[in-house]
Design a protein around this ligand. Structure first.
Ligand code: SF4
Length: 188
């Protein structure tokens, strides 16, 4: 409809389009079918947002990229003919693989490591959907995985929740990039 919607957040907005565009090209699904799948992804995101977090500032990158991976994995499973139960297992499988991931953008800018995490996130979603469709189940139910993500996020130190005070942002190279940007006047 001519609108760009970053979902579930701007930092993780490459995962669902990466999965949707590539699989639509591969399988030839209609746009209407993709719209239905977006509703499925949105419903999954709604559950996660209500039970846990979807932003890195609240729960670390597990909440942001992890949620997007779960949304994409569940929706793709449905698109490929999986049952609702398989779609939910795909969410759990995908989200488990993101648990504990901290939010540590260099300079506080949503670029490093965010861009590559989106790429890897899309790959994880594709793999999780494949697993669910092959009959692999999330032994820990998806609702419980979402609950654990909340617990981990709540226990995560502030330095690892989008403040750029820890993780990759505080490596020598991360600090040098920020210093360089400041010199160029890109960031005060
Ligand atoms: S590192 Fe932080 S800002 Fe970057 S994608 Fe992850 S949650 Fe978003």
């Amino acid at each position: 409809m001519g609108r760009i919607i970053a979902t579930p957040t701007a930092g993780s907005c490459g995962i669902i389009p990466g999965v949707f565009v590539s699989t639509q090209e591969r399988f030839g699904w209609t746009d209407d079918r993709m719209v239905e799948a977006l509703f499925a992804a949105g419903a999954i995101g709604y559950v996660i947002a209500n039970q846990s977090f979807i932003s890195g500032a609240e729960g670390g990158c597990q909440a942001e990229v992890g949620s997007a991976v779960g949304m994409a994995a569940g929706a793709l499973t449905e698109l490929r003919g999986g049952t609702p139960e398989q779609a939910v297992h795909a969410v759990g499988l995908a989200l488990k693989n993101s648990l504990g991931l901290i939010c540590d953008p260099v300079g506080g800018l949503v670029e490093i490591p965010c861009i590559v995490r989106n790429g890897f996130g899309a790959v994880t979603a594709l793999a999780a959907a494949d697993m669910a469709l092959a009959g692999v189940r999330s032994v820990i139910p998806s609702d419980e995985v979402i609950g654990v993500m909340k617990d981990i996020g709540a226990a995560m130190p502030e330095a690892h929740r989008e403040t750029a005070k820890g993780g990759l942002a505080q490596t020598p190279t991360g600090k040098a990039i920020l210093s360089d940007l400041r010199k160029k006047g890109g960031r005060s």
